[in-house]
Design a protein around this ligand. Structure first.
Ligand code: SME
Length: 189
């Protein structure tokens, strides 16, 4: 069940300040929500019928429950012999994007895939690599997916809010990307 710890959100400022732990309670409440989504993502790996089905469950989960995640999608690396690898749009939730195929030397997506490192952009207008999908997008996170140490794809999330992706979000998105990598490793080895 999602959000079994939601009662923590009902703690009032007055209750909290009386107890002298207001900030602690607020931050516990935030973490409880993210933790619930994390648990639900983990359960998705047991319920999934295929890697595509797992990715479908994860984009729906994150898009529905993480309110600042306005576009959530997977790009997978396509390797065709004799041609440079390209990122191909897979499962996603949100508006259709013009970027359905992204070369690895382009965009924030290309940067994450080619370096194998998570990229967080707090203000997309300040990053010359950024490929625009929507005028509403203000910040973005892209997390690579690894199988046997090689980047096979990535989880990309856009937000309509500047600097939407904090450490807690990064941890959650990296966890989801790892789940997909582990699933692919087990089921396509
Ligand atoms: N903004 C990405 C392109 C993909 S869209 O966000 C869906 C980029 O700069 O690579």
């Amino acid at each position: 069940m999602l959000f079994p710890q939601a009662h923590k959100l009902r703690c009032t400022t007055e209750d909290a300040s009386r107890a002298g732990i207001g900030f602690k309670i607020l931050s516990m409440a935030m973490t409880a929500k993210t933790e619930d989504v994390r648990q639900e993502a983990l359960q998705s790996t047991q319920a999934a019928t295929s890697a595509k089905n797992l990715m479908c469950r994860i984009v729906k989960l994150l898009h529905e429950h993480m309110l600042k995640y306005n576009w959530v999608g997977f790009y997978m690396v396509e390797n065709n012999s004799g041609q440079p690898p390209v990122l191909v749009l897979g499962e996603f939730e949100g508006a259709m994007t013009p970027h359905t195929r992204i070369p690895l030397d382009q965009g924030i997506c290309g940067a994450a895939a080619s370096t194998g490192k998570t990229v967080v952009v707090d203000d997309v207008t300040q990053d010359s690599r950024y490929l625009a999908c929507s005028l509403e997008t203000k910040s973005e996170i892209v997390v690579p997916i690894f199988v046997h140490g090689r980047v096979v794809g990535e989880l990309d999330i856009d937000s309509h809010f500047p600097a939407a992706f904090k450490d807690e979000d990064r941890t959650l998105v990296e966890f989801c990307a790892t789940l997909v990598g582990q699933y692919l490793e087990k089921n396509q080895a």
